[in-house]
Structure formats: structure tokens, C-alpha cells
Design a protein around this ligand. Structure first.
Ligand code: ADP
Ligand code: MG
Length: 230
């Protein structure tokens, strides 16, 4: 599903160069839940940004679904991002003035999809993430865990093939964090979703099928975890 070969990313700040990624090669099969760990500054977010086509590598190749991200034109890329990718961030990024339901529907509305069908799907997704009774709440009327579940429902609305999550439990207590992780876990089982999740929490990482460790922009560990009971 994901095929990265020798991806390199260098940031220049004046005269200083930072090798955020120093040649990363990584294949992630469809349906795998990959946890990416590593110290602060090791390149985790850079890797996710490249996968999300939010940034471009200096060299190397990144393919999702066999498609080379750097070969796509801007409009192809935004369609690809909309149709194939889902994003979940540490700070939820919900619109404060919209209800939970509207937040989940928003990407579909922006993509011009029919409102009635979007509403139906958004309601089902909110039900799935245990927020059936919160559809008309605004973010400030929800707990952190609930907000993150809204964000996960929103990410799943477009039925993505790949979900990219950067510290999705970073702002949650361990119990609500576990709930969010269980939802992501289920989505990989039920939808064949491929997940790449960055985390510095070993317990969160252990929910995945595999843990890749980064240090100084390189992969320094790649560990397959046992199949675990749901
Ligand atoms: P992590 O997510 O693992 O903490 P990042 O991928 O955010 O690490 O950053 C890797 C390295 O690249 C860090 O040294 C960081 O300071 C640097 N870096 C990241 N983004 C930029 C940027 N936009 N400009 C300059 N340097 C950056
Ligand atoms: Mg980061």
C-alpha cells in the first residue's frame, strides 16, 4: 500500500542544514497498523508530512497505491488526498462553530458531495465511534476524547485507504486514548484501512501490528508485534 524508497528530506535554515529524513526505505502492506516511534526531532512528523503529500522529499520515492506522490499535479494530488487519505492530528483541528455532525461532514461538503448522503454517513460514523448522542454538540461541549473521536470519524468519512495520525492520543488521558486507538484498530480490521501512527507512548504504539523506530532521520528498528486479542 505504502512504498517508500530512500526518502530524503533536508531543511535549510540560512547556512544550517537539518537532515530531517536521511534516506528512509519502508514498505507498509494494506491493512497494517504501523506505529512510528522515535525521540523528538527524529523525523516522525516529516515522514507523515511526506506521506500526506503536505511536503515533498528532496530525493527518493514515495508511493501510495502504486502512485508516485511527486509525479502528481496539484489538482490530482488534492483529489488523491481527499479520496485516499485521512488525517488525524494531536490537536483535533475541529471547527469550533460547527457541531460534531457538521465537523464530520465538512470535508465531504467541501468536496461537493450530496448533503443528505453525507449526513447519513456522518451519523453512522459518529454512532460507530460512540458519539451517537453527541451529534449536535459543538467542540467546546465535548471532552478531549470525544473531540478526537469526532476527528477520527471525520477522517474516515471519505473512506480513505490510508490514515495518517500524528500523536493522536498526545492530548488524551490514557483511558480515552485507549478508546481512540481501539477505534483505529477496528478500522484496520473492518475496512482494511492502513494506518501510520506517530506516537511517543509505548503503550499506544503497542496497539499496532508493527513498530518502526526513527533516530536522526533513519530507521533504527523495525519490530513486528504479535496478533493481539481484540
Ligand atoms: P519529530 O516529529 O520526530 O519530532 P520532525 O520531523 O518534526 O521530528 O523534525 C525533524 C527535524 O527536522 C528536526 O530537527 C526539526 O527541527 C527539523 N524540521 C522539521 N520541520 C522543519 C522546517 N519546516 N524547517 C526547518 N527544520 C525543520
Ligand atoms: Mg512531530
Amino acid at each position: 500500500m505504502i512504498d517508500i524508497v530512500e526518502a530524503m528530506k533536508v531543511y535549510r535554515r540560512g547556512r544550517t542544514e537539518v537532515r530531517a529524513l536521511a534516506g528512509v526505505t519502508l514498505a507498509v502492506p494494506k491493512g497494517q497498523f504501523l506505529s512510528v516511534m522515535g525521540p523528538s526531532g527524529s523525523g516522525k512528523s516529516t515522514l507523515l508530512n511526506l506521506l500526506g503529500a503536505l511536503d515533498v522529499p528532496n530525493s527518493g520515492s514515495l508511493k501510495i497505491d502504486g502512485r508516485e506522490l511527486s509525479r502528481m499535479k496539484d489538482d490530482e494530488l488534492s483529489a488523491f488526498r481527499r479520496e485516499r487519505l485521512g488525517f488525524v492530528f494531536q490537536f483535533f483541528n475541529l471547527m469550533p462553530t460547527l457541531t460534531a455532525l457538521e465537523n464530520v461532514m465538512l470535508p465531504g461538503l467541501l468536496a461537493g458531495r450530496a448533503q443528505a448522503e453525507l449526513r447519513r454517513r456522518a451519523e453512522v460514523l459518529l454512532e460507530t465511534v460512540g458519539l451517537g448522542g453527541r451529534t449536535h454538540h459543538r467542540p467546546d461541549e465535548l471532552s478531549g476524547g470525544e473531540m478526537q473521536r469526532v476527528a477520527v470519524a471525520r477522517a474516515l468519512l471519505g473512506e480513505p485507504a490510508v490514515l495518517l495520525a500524528d500523536e493522536p492520543t498526545g492530548n488524551l488521558d490514557s483511558r480515552t486514548g485507549t478508546e481512540v486507538l481501539r477505534m483505529l484498530r477496528e478500522a484496520t480490521r473492518e475496512r482494511g484501512l492502513t494506518v501510520v501512527m506517530v506516537t511517543h507512548d509505548p503503550k499506544a504504539a503497542a496497539v499496532g501490528d508493527r513498530i518502526v523506530r526513527l533516530a536522526d532521520g533513519r530507521i533504527v528498528g523495525d519490530e513486528r508485534l504479535q496478533e493481539q486479542a481484540a
